[in-house]
Ligand binder design. Structure first.
Ligand SMILES: CC(C)(COP(=O)(O)OP(=O)(O)OC[C@H]1O[C@@H](n2cnc3c(N)ncnc32)[C@H](O)[C@@H]1OP(=O)(O)O)[C@@H](O)C(=O)NCCC(=O)NCCS
Length: 152
């Protein structure tokens, strides 16, 4: 995609917290996984407009967070980030990629399945138990956690 560069965030750079919070409303939770993850960013004209966080766990890796700046969504940046993470995981001999999302995260559910992920389980009521405040997205209550997997 013209004008978009995907790269790894260097350890000296600050992670783009404003973007990470679009995918996960808990800064505490975000901070709990950032230090053990690889962070990829999408850059446009020198500005970070997207982020993906990948946490290796043996032969598996989990996508902990993916987000694109609101005004840049719908232009293919999320798909570029996800394809890049899939390619990087393949190079590192990772066998499976997993990702968890909410029942109300309709763009994310569509993005993952469009890139070959399949639903493997549903944790009913997870978000009601895990977060103190109710979460609403796309006009829907976010209640259940959906796990998807891609075999590499
Ligand atoms: C999910 C997200 C990262 C997608 O990024 P994006 O750059 O907007 O997505 P893309 O433009 O690359 O679109 C790729 C695919 O995603 C899906 N998608 C994107 N926007 C969508 C929308 N509004 N409704 C439904 N599907 C959508 C489609 O399958 C699309 O493929 P298509 O263009 O062939 O239809 C972005 O919407 C986002 O940052 N959302 C907020 C954070 C979030 O919810 N993260 C996921 C938490 S698990």
């Amino acid at each position: 995609m013209a004008g978009i560069r995907i790269r790894a965030l260097s350890p000296t750079e600050q992670p783009p917290m404003h973007l990470l919070l679009l995918a996960d409303p808990s800064e505490e939770l975000v901070l709990s996984y950032l230090h053990k993850s690889r962070i990829f960013v999408a850059e446009k004209a020198g500005t970070i407009v997207g982020v993906l966080v990948l946490q290796p766990q043996g032969q598996q890796a989990e996508i902990m967070n993916i987000a694109v700046a609101e005004q840049q969504q719908g232009q293919g940046i999320g798909r570029l980030l996800l394809k890049h993470a899939i390619m990087q995981a393949s190079k590192q001999k990772i066998k499976q990629l997993v990702v968890c999302t909410g029942n109300s995260s309709l763009p994310a559910l569509s993005l993952y399945q469009g890139c070959g992920f399949s639903v493997v389980s549903i944790d009913e009521g997870y978000f009601l138990r895990a977060y103190p405040e109710p979460i609403f997205e796309n006009g829907l209550p976010c209640t259940d956690r959906i796990k998807l997997r891609l075999e590499l």
